[in-house]
Design a protein around this ligand. Structure first.
Ligand code: MEV
Length: 279
C-alpha cells in the first residue's frame, strides 16, 4: 500500500498560564518539537479505516476517545468533495496521550494536513484553524485555543483567548526538562472543576487568576532578556497557585519537590494537570 498524503504536527508545552487562559488571561506556550505525530493516508477499496493508539479498524466503529477525530475526518472529506470511502488513516504518535502535551490538538492538525495533502488542496492557516477547532470543541468543550495555535504556528507564543497572539523571541540560556508522571491527566474534568471552584469561590479564585496573569506577563520579559533565575521563581509560584486551584496531584508534587531539591531553578506542572507532565 502506498501512502499518498502525509501530515505532521508536534506536541506543545505550556510554560505559563494553563487554566487561567480559559478565563481570558494570557498564556505562554512553546511547540515541543521533540515529540511528533505523523499521519499517513493510504488508498483502499473499503469504507474509511483508521489505525491509532485507541482503535484499529473501521472509522465508523471508533470509540468515544476518537469522536472528535471521526467527525473531523468526515467534515474534511465533505469539504474536499470526497466520499467516506477508499482511504486508510494511519496515525503514528510519539506524543504521549493525556499528558498535557497537546496530543489531541496535534492529532487533529496532522490529520487535516494529511487529508489536504492527499487530495492536493491548498491548506491555509485559517482553514486549518477552523477544522481543528471543531475537533477540539468535541474533546475539550470550549478550549482556549492555545494548544492548537501553538502547534499550527510552531512558534513560542504569548497568547490571549479572543485577543490573539504574538511570537516571543526567546533569549534564554537555560535547559527546560519535561518529566512525565506516567499518569493520565483529564484536562476536560480539571477545566470543569476549576470552573466550579471559580463559580463557588470567586473571591478566592479571581486573585489567583490575576496573579497568574501578572506572572505570565513578567515571564514574557524574562524570556526575552535571559532572566533565568526570575523565570524559575515565577514558574514555581505559578505551580503553587495552580495547586491552590486543585489541579496538582501527589505525583506532580513529588516531581516538583524533587526538581527543586536537586537544583532546578523553577518547577511546575504543565497543561491540564492532575497527572500528566511537569517542567
Ligand atoms: C490544556 O492544554 C490547557 C488548559 O488551559 C485548557 C485550555 O487552554 O483550553 C488547561
Amino acid at each position: 500500500m502506498n501512502n499518498f498524503g502525509q501530515g505532521i504536527a508536534t506536541g506543545k508545552i505550556i510554560l505559563m498560564g494553563e487554566h487561567s487562559v480559559v478565563y481570558g488571561k494570557p498564556a505562554i506556550a512553546l511547540p515541543f518539537n521533540q515529540v511528533q505525530i505523523s499521519v499517513k493516508i493510504y488508498k483502499t477499496d473499503r469504507p474509511i479505516t483508521i489505525s491509532s493508539y485507541y482503535h484499529n479498524g473501521l472509522l465508523d466503529e471508533a470509540p468515544k476517545e476518537l469522536f472528535g477525530i471521526k467527525q473531523l475526518i468526515q467534515i474534511v472529506m465533505v469539504y474536499l468533495k470526497q466520499p467516506f470511502f477508499g482511504i486508510h488513516v494511519d496515525i503514528e504518535s510519539k506524543v504521549p496521550v493525556q499528558r498535557g502535551l497537546g496530543s489531541s490538538a496535534a492529532v487533529s492538525i496532522a490529520v487535516v494536513r494529511s487529508l489536504f495533502d492527499a487530495f492536493d488542496v491548498e491548506l491555509t492557516q485559517e482553514k486549518l484553524n477552523y477544522f481543528v477547532d471543531i475537533a477540539e470543541q468535541i474533546h475539550h468543550e470550549n478550549p482556549s485555543g492555545l494548544d492548537a495555535m501553538t502547534i499550527t504556528l510552531g512558534k513560542a507564543l504569548f497568547f490571549q483567548k479572543d485577543l490573539g497572539q504574538s511570537v516571543i523571541s526567546l533569549k534564554m540560556d537555560a535547559v527546560l526538562v519535561v518529566a512525565d508522571t506516567g499518569k493520565k491527566g483529564l484536562t476536560k474534568e480539571a477545566v470543569s472543576e476549576v470552573r466550579k471552584l471559580w463559580q463557588d469561590n470567586p473571591t478566592v479564585v479571581n486573585p489567583i487568576l490575576d496573579r497568574l496573569e501578572e506572572l505570565t506577563k513578567n515571564v514574557k520579559n524574562f524570556l526575552e532578556n535571559n532572566e533565568v533565575i526570575r523565570l524559575g521563581l515565577a514558574m514555581t509560584e505559578a505551580h503553587q497557585l495552580l495547586k491552590l486551584m486543585n489541579v496538582s496531584d501527589e505525583k506532580l508534587e513529588k516531581f516538583v519537590d524533587l526538581s527543586l531539591k536537586n537544583g532546578a531553578l523553577g518547577a511546575k506542572l504543565t497543561g491540564g494537570g492532575r497527572g500528566g507532565c511537569m517542567i
